[in-house]
Ligand binder design. Sequence first.
Ligand code: HEM
Length: 303
Amino acid sequence: MSELNYQDGTVLENRDHAIFIEANFKTDDLDAIKDAIGDFNARLRSYKTRFGHMGLSAVLAFGRDAWTKLSGDAESAEELHDLQTMAKGMVQGTQRDMFVHILSYEHKMNFTLAQDFVSCFKDLVTIEEEVHGFRWLEARDLSGFVDGTENPKGLQDRADVAIIPEGKDAGGSYVIAQRWVHDIDKFNTFDLAKQEGTFGRTKHDDIEMADEDKPIGAHTERVVIEKDGEELEIVRQSLPYGYASSEKGLYFVGYCAKLSSIDAMLKNMCGENDEHFDLMFGYTKAVTGSYLYVPSMDQLDNL
Ligand code: HEM
């Protein structure tokens, strides 16, 4: 896997802070956008060298139309399609042209690079969302449940799951980016059994419930899918975000070499296969959502 030249932020682990930016192109000047991508990556390289201890990285990803225009190759990212609204509007498809995932151990470092993004892409994109995520206590979602336990661990395993291994897109990846808004007050009215049934795990100790004890619609019952005898896997890099006194939730990011794996999980959550919905919809909904392609470093350099 080491010969693959991928954007390393795709697979990095346990950064405590992230900034997520969703943007749409507002110019047809593709050369200017390509220049901005080059400038942004040059600044990222410089910060990585100067502030290595901050574990900084960033991932740039593009929606279907945007990537076809930029790459000039309609056959690259063959699985890519726009994310559609599902689950009676509880999961919104608000497909964007571009997604930026900035991550490091320090918010001040992320903020610096995010400001650079804004200045490099000034006049070229409209920023639709800018979300500042943080790792909460014990890596818990704001519902109080630990998030990330069954994620692939270690760079090699994560790259095996997230990075396209061969072919014209070798080193690329697919990503889902969604902003979920939680109604925590409502979740806190559920008794412990109902809360634990929502995820199919215990709250305090973070232990998976036996399959026969999980209600239909438990989140882990929805997203654990076997295909050809193997469990589908994605690399999740979600973080909580928001204000103590107002809107808050989870910014969900999942990378995978196969968009079909991400899509199968989301469709199962949305009752597309059996009309059973994810019980998480009892307290949360996705107000934005895009599927995007993460080009390899070689593809970015070739732009
Ligand atoms: C508000 C949104 C979401 C929340 C709060 C959430 C929370 C959680 C929690 C608490 C777990 C159990 C612990 C763990 O293994 O990480 C989990 C597992 C998981 N989630 Fe989510 N999740 C969300 C959205 C999604 C979406 C949109 C997908 C896929 C498209 C997804 C895929 C998964 C997968 C694959 C697992 C691991 C299941 C296992 O192997 O047991 N999640 N999630």
